[in-house]
Design a protein around this ligand. Structure first.
Ligand code: OAD
Length: 230
C-alpha cells in the first residue's frame, strides 16, 4: 500500500473569520479595539495581569458561542486522502472541533492555562471553569497564566513546525496577513517544487511560486477539495 502524501495546512485568523471570530489586523479587528502591547505582550502581562486575564476570559466566552465552518471541516475531510498536519497561529480550538487530528498551535491555546512556576504543567479549562485571574492557582498552589505565546516571548513549537513543512508534499496557507514572525517564515521551508496555495480575500504579497486563491476560506477550500480529492 502506498503512503498517503503529506499535506501541511498553515492557518491564521482568516480561517476562523467566517465562524464569527474577529481577525487581528482587518479594519475593526481585535487590535483596533485592544492595544496589542497591553493584552498580548509579556510586558503588558507584567504591567497589568488582571487586564490580560480579563481579555482572554472574554475571548474564551466568544469561542464557546461559535462553531467550526466548512473550511475547518474541509481540512479535516482531506485526511481521507492525505496525512494532514495543521499548523495554526490561532488559539481557538475550531480545527480540533471540526475533526482535524493533528494540530500544532504555534501561539498557544485559549482553552488552556499553565503554571507560572512550572510551564510544563498545562491545564484544560472547560465551559464551567472559564475565568482566570491573577489570583487563580493550580492544584499545587502555583499561579497560572493563559497558555498563549505573548509578543516578546519565543515560539516553542517553531522548530517542530519548520521540520513538518520541510516534509510536506503540498502546502496550503489560509487567512494570514503573514506579518508575524517566525510563523510567516514557515512557507520558506517548503521544498523546491512542492505546490503551495494561499487562500485569502486580501492576500499579502508572496513569492511567484505560490498560487494565490483570492477568496474567502470556505470558498477557497471548496475549490481545493475538488482539486485534491482522488
Ligand atoms: P491577521 O488579522 O493579521 O490577518 C488575517 C488575514 O485573514 C488577512 O490577510 C485577511 O485578509 C484574511 N481574511 C479575512 N477574512 C477572511 C476569510 N473569510 N477567509 C480567509 N481569509 C480571511 O491574522 P494572522 O495573520 O492570523 O498572535 O495574525 C497572526 C498573529 O498576530 C496571531 O496569531 C496573533 C496576532 O497578534 C498572537 O496573539 C500571538
Amino acid at each position: 500500500m502506498t503512503e498517503k502524501p503529506r499535506l501541511v495546512v498553515l492557518t491564521g485568523a482568516g480561517v476562523s473569520a467566517e465562524s464569527g471570530i474577529s481577525t487581528f489586523r482587518d479594519s475593526g479587528g481585535l487590535w483596533d479595539n485592544y492595544p496589542v502591547m497591553d493584552v498580548a505582550s509579556a510586558d503588558g502581562f507584567a504591567r497589568n495581569p488582571a487586564l490580560v486575564h480579563r481579555f482572554y476570559n472574554m475571548r474564551r466566552r466568544e469561542l464557546l458561542e461559535v462553531e467550526p465552518n466548512s473550511a475547518h471541516r474541509s481540512i479535516a475531510e482531506l485526511e481521507r486522502w492525505y496525512r494532514v498536519t495543521v499548523i495554526t497561529q490561532n488559539v481557538d480550538n475550531l480545527h480540533e472541533r471540526a475533526g482535524s487530528s493533528d494540530v500544532v498551535h504555534l501561539h498557544g491555546e485559549l482553552m488552556k492555562v499553565r503554571s507560572m512556576r512550572h510551564p510544563g504543567r498545562v491545564y484544560d479549562l472547560d465551559a464551567d471553569n472559564l475565568d482566570t485571574s491573577p489570583e487563580s492557582r493550580d492544584r499545587y498552589g502555583d499561579p497560572v497564566r493563559p497558555h498563549i505565546v505573548f509578543f516578546q516571548e519565543p515560539v516553542p513549537e517553531i522548530e517542530r513546525a519548520a521540520a513538518i513543512v520541510e516534509e510536506a508534499d503540498v502546502v496550503v496557507v489560509i487567512g494570514t496577513s503573514m506579518v508575524v514572525y517566525p510563523a510567516a517564515g514557515l512557507i520558506n521551508y517548503a521544498r523546491r517544487g512542492v505546490p503551495v496555495y494561499y487562500i485569502d480575500p486580501n492576500p499579502a504579497p508572496v513569492p511567484d511560486r505560490i498560487t494565490v486563491i483570492k477568496a474567502k476560506a470556505t470558498e477557497g477550500m471548496e475549490c481545493l477539495v475538488k482539486m485534491f480529492r482522488h
